[in-house]
Design a binder for this molecule. Structure first.
Ligand SMILES: [Zn+2]
Length: 81
């Protein structure tokens, strides 16, 4: 890591060049949590398909949606618990 590196600088570069987002968690078939490999900023897609910063609220929504997706998958596979 160069001594000139700082997260603030990385975020500033991202504001010019755009974030380089990588999927960190697939919540359900439409919603993903993403992380920028350059500045580490966490983002998520919302129900409208827009990419928004991952807030506490979105994090809770995503957890609930993920629980539903898991239950739905189990039902489709015929696994009851
Ligand atoms: Zn970034």
């Amino acid at each position: 890591m160069s001594k000139n590196y700082s997260p603030i600088k990385a975020a500033a570069i991202c504001s010019f060049t755009g974030h380089k987002l990588q999927v960190t968690h697939q919540v359900n078939d439409r919603i993903q949590e993403l992380c920028c490999v350059k500045c580490g900023k966490q983002m998520t897609t919302n129900i409208y398909g827009n990419i928004v910063p991952l807030s506490d609220q979105y994090s809770r929504i995503n957890r609930a949606l993920n629980d539903l997706a898991v239950k739905k998958n189990r039902r489709e596979l015929g696994i009851y618990s």
